[in-house]
Design a protein around this ligand. Sequence first.
Ligand SMILES: Cc1ncc(COP(=O)(O)O)c(C=O)c1O
Length: 404
Amino acid sequence: MPVTLLPGPFLDFPLNPLVGRLESSAIRDMLAVAGRPGMLSLAGGLPAGDLFPVDRLARVVAGLLATDPGLALQYGPTEGHEPLRAWIAAYESLRCGREVALDQVLVTAGSQQALDLVARTLCSPGDTIVVEEPGYLGALQVLRAAGIRLVPVPVDADGLDVENLAVRLAAGLRPVAVHTVTSFQNPSGTTLREPRRRMLAALADRYGFVVVEDDPYAELCFDGRPRPPVRSFGDRVVTLGSFSKTVAPGLRVGWAVLPQPLVTPVVRLKQAADLHTSALGQAAISGLVADRRWWRGHLDTVRAGYSRRATALADALGDVFGARLTLNSPSGGMFLWGRFTDGTSTAELLPRALDRGVIFVPGVEFHTGPGGEGTLRLAYATNTPDGLAEAARRLRDAHAGLRG
Ligand SMILES: Cc1ncc(COP(=O)(O)O)c(C=O)c1O
């Protein structure tokens, strides 16, 4: 890789061109604006802070520090805190109806780190990964940072268009991996239907790629029935999970379920990257999930909270826009995906919305190529139902100003 030099006053500092070309995530930039006084934000993908189990967590952490401070504060194994790994292995075995061995589970600093480690283990710079269009920006960012070539495949109402992928594979496309957010996708809210899950696993076997199933929203299913992961249907699958949406993202605890041949290389890469995930965070989560009754009740509370907000926003948008805005029907996760049917460009709508005190993310931001001009992502998690109704009214006023 040639060494490039930064221009101007940074002239003497070398810079990896892959890093130099990285753009800041549009959403992270927008979060700065979202914090303005009075602004109603439908932009950031933050989980609902009022649903964090603060009191319970405080009790668990206090107990840990009182009884076993060494466990929570000392260096720990790279693979993760063993009781937590055992819990994840049991959970994943139940979910996919096949045994997941303890040594296949790696606890990571959020599922974002798992994606980074897996991508860098599988790919050299210049290799190809199929991504979703529209797709999760954090994935696009981490894969670009690794110098990976991204090939977008569209997402429709049933999730990743696996039929489209099959046609491209038959025509010669040979990706190392396919990245897909299978349940309540970020950004479109869609869920990969079961026949497509089966077909994707079969395509992975046939063409020799790895499915990287990114599933942090699995438990935010409003009907309380998580979907069977792609791993239920095949072996060439890495499943990524997270406690960011069910407990709290600040703890930075996620995981990867790895096919056996990937275990050693991914664990070694993690060892090089950060030694291990926060011992305190892992022990705290382990303490929370150990009480099964409490955990089930907590998931019910979180699902009900998100479901109420999703319905409030969908109803309010339906009232103000009617048929001019179509929405995916909210069945889980944190996002509504809208499409204006009257030719509105959401990138043009955004500055007017900001003037009126509401912010969202235009759909074009989630595309690697052209497209998505009339679409937008609306995150409901951090607002009250009244706040969401007001946000819809502000959007209506912004839209009225734009359409004249
Ligand atoms: C699809 C998807 N994957 C991964 C992540 C990262 O989650 P974590 O906090 O577990 O790193 C997010 C966060 O928004 C996400 O939407």
